[in-house]
Design a protein around this ligand. Structure first.
Ligand code: ZN
Length: 246
């Protein structure tokens, strides 16, 4: 039996048997894992608060024959502020759902874990454009799972490009003026530059970007297409928000 301590966030939780919970942790050292938390359904349990969705902390788990079992944990941030605002709650549920859908079990990715926690911290502040922040997370996740966008070179002839008006969605890249525009989406030069900025900038620099609604929609269309077509399941968390906004 091996015991391991790691930073982690609860990305999903469900009741299990009479008193237990089954939780999914996105961990720094082990990637995404499913963990049994015995007795955690009772609110007197010491595991109760550390097994709530979005809780970020240090977790001690041990591995039995099949599943991991939660032994103890210490909260770093419960991110409860995210629960009081529908937009923040929807976006944070969405990025948890993305980890659930897009990341393979037990494949560690420390950079992605860091970006994920940074995204939750930034969603928990009041200073940012949450929508662009989430686009930034989507692009970092796509890159981390092998679908990174290349906006610096033409997807066909590989020549260096500073801007473009078309993205090929089979090769995940911009297309220069001379090459064929197919299997992709047209976009404005403004959207291309903004997308390039978001694709390259660290998440805490996204606030520097100021773009209009049309450009945001152009960017969202591209990331949504890439996410919906590259993984086995489509995320659903944003549907409610889009419905309310309409
Ligand atoms: Zn070209």
């Amino acid at each position: 039996m091996s015991i391991l301590e790691t930073n982690a966030v609860v990305i999903k939780a469900q009741d299990f048997k009479e008193n237990d919970k089954l939780i999914w942790l996105f961990t720094e050292k082990l990637g995404k894992i499913a963990v049994i938390a015995k007795g955690a359904k009772k609110n007197k349990s010491r595991l109760f608060s550390i097994t709530l969705p979005l809780c970020y902390g240090q977790y001690v788990v041990f591995k039995g024959k099949n599943l991991y079992t939660l032994s103890e944990g210490r909260i770093t941030s419960s991110f409860q502020g995210l629960l009081n605002n529908l937009e923040k709650l929807t976006y944070s549920s969405y990025i948890c759902e993305l980890i659930d859908i897009c990341v393979t079990d037990e494949e560690d990715n420390r950079q992605l874990f860091k970006d994920f926690v940074t995204c939750l911290y930034l969603l928990n502040t009041d200073a940012l454009d949450y929508e662009l922040l989430v686009r930034s997370f989507e692009l970092k996740l796509l890159k981390a799972t092998g679908y990174g966008l290349n906006l610096e070179n033409c997807a066909y002839c590989k020549k260096s490009i500073t801007s473009a008006s078309y993205i090929n969605l089979s090769y995940y890249g911009g297309v220069c003026e001379d090459c064929t525009k197919e299997h992709g989406i047209s976009l404005s030069k403004g959207a291309y530059s903004a997308l390039k900025y978001i694709n390259n900038a660290p998440m805490d620099k996204i606030y520097r970007l100021n773009v209009n609604r049309t450009i945001k929609d152009e960017i969202a269309k591209i990331t949504a297409y890439m996410i919906n077509s590259n993984y086995s399941k489509k995320p659903k968390s944003l549907e409610m928000l889009n419905y309310i906004k309409e």
